[in-house]
Unconditional design. Structure first.
Length: 288
């Protein structure tokens, strides 16, 4: 593939598409976080959503929206932007389509950097979404994402913004790899083997659906552990202590707790984000 035929796109496409998708999927993400943080046996997506609306009001399903948008503007923008840029530069250098292993290498770099950049907003996001499920004495009552960042730095120290960084990096790598690499490879398969149109929304939808199934399954264990660590106090934030306590009380299956709401949330999020990125590329928004 000649390098002159490669179209370059703005770095922020993934962040913008993710932020738009966030508005539609935030209530599902909120329910997923509550379910993952809870140790109640028998909870499910419907019961959690009903409990939120009953005890906190209908609009409480958008609790923590500011933190969720900040997360998309840090974590998602960085990982999608770096992945696309690394893929673009590698393709230009090699003058051919990248192999699955080469795409995986790009996604690992993107997922690692994105997780580091997005960790502070991720902590605030998890806490604000889970705050309503706590008793009044334990609630943090952050007014917005910036108030949350300020209070964490003031009362827990700046380094607390990177609590749970290791499992978050693992999750970021797994999420980016399973999501964008599987999307690119599935899209290539649909075009090369099944002769679908590369620019068709059916192709984009099918590839993003496959990517969301892969990402949900691969990321579920790291996602649950990350949620519990970020929602914990400083004294209880040890990864192995939380894993041991959770396995002892709930069994190994706790690592897949909330898989259904994760997929229900991640499916639309992935589809809307990737369709949004494809649409931005089609419209060439911001392209010189």
């Amino acid at each position: 593939m000649p390098s002159s035929n490669i179209q370059t796109y703005p770095f922020w496409y993934g962040g913008l598409a993710s932020a738009v998708a966030c508005f539609a999927t935030h209530p599902l993400d909120l329910a997923k976080v509550r379910l993952q943080a809870s140790s109640k046996v028998g909870d499910n997506l419907i019961s959690v959503i009903i409990r939120i609306i009953t005890h906190e009001g209908f609009f409480s399903v958008y609790s923590g929206l500011s933190a969720a948008l900040l997360r998309q503007g840090t974590y998602s923008l960085t990982r999608f932007g770096i992945y696309e840029k690394a893929k673009e530069l590698s393709t230009q250098s090699l003058s051919r389509e990248l192999s699955g292993l080469e795409l995986l290498s790009c996604s690992i770099i993107a997922g690692t950097i994105g997780s580091i950049v997005g960790n502070p907003s991720d902590i605030v996001n998890v806490r604000m979404q889970n705050d309503g499920s706590l008793c009044s004495k334990k609630r943090r009552n952050y007014r917005n994402c910036f108030d949350g960042l300020y209070k964490i730095c003031k009362y827990e120290g700046p380094m607390s913004l990177f609590r749970g960084l290791r499992p978050n990096i693992v999750r970021g790598i797994l999420m980016t790899s399973s999501q964008v690499v599987s999307y690119d490879l599935t899209k290539r398969l649909l075009v090369d083997i099944f002769a679908l149109n590369a620019d068709s929304k059916i192709t984009h939808f099918s590839a993003s659906l496959a990517a969301s199934l892969m990402a949900t399954t691969v990321c579920s264990p790291a996602d649950v552990i990350k949620t519990r660590i970020m929602n914990s106090s400083a004294l209880a934030g040890n990864t192995f202590a939380i894993m041991f306590h959770s396995i002892k009380n709930e069994g190994v299956k706790f690592m897949f707790r909330g898989w259904v709401p994760s997929f229900v949330r991640l499916g639309p999020q992935t589809i809307l984000t990737l369709l949004g990125m494809e649409q931005l590329k089609k419209w060439k928004v911001g392209v010189r």
